[in-house]
Ligand binder design. Sequence first.
Ligand SMILES: CCCCCCCCCCCCCCCC(=O)SCCNC(=O)CCNC(=O)[C@H](O)C(C)(C)COP(=O)(O)OP(=O)(O)OC[C@H]1O[C@@H](n2cnc3c(N)ncnc32)[C@H](O)[C@@H]1OP(=O)(O)O
Length: 191
Amino acid sequence: MSTATTPPADAAAPVRHPDAPAPGELLGAHYEYCFGCGGGQPHGLHLEARAGEGVSLTAEFTVTAAHQGAPGLAHGGVLATALDETLGSLNWLLRVIAVTGRLETDFVRPVPVDTVLFLEAEVTAVAGRKIYSRATGRIGGPEGPVAVRAEALFIEVKVDHFIDNGRPEEIQAAMADPDQVRRARAFEVNP
Ligand SMILES: CCCCCCCCCCCCCCCC(=O)SCCNC(=O)CCNC(=O)[C@H](O)C(C)(C)COP(=O)(O)OP(=O)(O)OC[C@H]1O[C@@H](n2cnc3c(N)ncnc32)[C@H](O)[C@@H]1OP(=O)(O)O
C-alpha cells in the first residue's frame, strides 16, 4: 500500500490500555446514531466489535438488502464503511480518540446480500498522533475467503474536534446520552 499508511522506522509498538475491554468482550456502540455501529440507524451496519488480544479486535456485520450496490451485492462504499468502523474501534483499546485520515482498501471478491462479513483488525504502530492499522474482511467467518482488506492511518484528536465541527443538537444529545459506556468513549479518553 502507500507510504502514507506505512509506519516510519521510528514508530512505536502499540500499547493496550490497562482498562481496555478484556479479550472476547463486546465493545458496544460509541454513538447511538453512528452509521457503522449505532442501534439508532435502521439501515446502518450494526457492526459488532469484540476485543482481541493486544491491540486487535474482531467484528461482524451482516450485509442486508439496504446495503446493495449491484443487484444482490454489497456496495463497495458500505464495505469500506465496515472497514473504517472496525479500524476506528481499535482506538478504544488504546483509549485514544482518533479519526480516519487515510483509508486504503482492496476489494478482492464480491460480497452477496445475507453474508456475514467477519473482520479482523489490529494496530501495527503508533508515531506521535498517528496510528497505523490494518484489517481483513472474510466471507462467512474466520476461515472464509478474503473479500476486503484495508490499511489505514488514524490521527489522534481532542474532543474539541467534534464539539467545534459537529452540529450543536447532536453534540448536546451525545453529551446527555444515558449510556455510560458511550459517554465514556466520547469524553473520558483524552480530557
Ligand atoms: C461531543 C461528541 C464527541 C463524540 C466522540 C466520538 C468518539 C470517536 C468517534 C470516532 C468516529 C468513528 C467513525 C469511524 C472513523 C471515521 O470515519 S472518522 C470520520 C472521517 N474522518 C474525518 O472526518 C477526518 C477529517 N480530517 C480532519 O479532521 C483532519 O485532516 C485531521 C485528520 C484531524 C488531521 O488534521 P490536523 O489535526 O490538523 O493534523 P495535521 O497536522 O494535518 O496531521 C497530523 C499528521 O498526520 C498526517 N496526516 C494527516 N492526514 C493525512 C492523510 N490523509 N494522509 C497522510 N497523512 C496524513 C500529517 O501529514 C501529519 O504528519 P506529521 O507531520 O505529524 O508527520
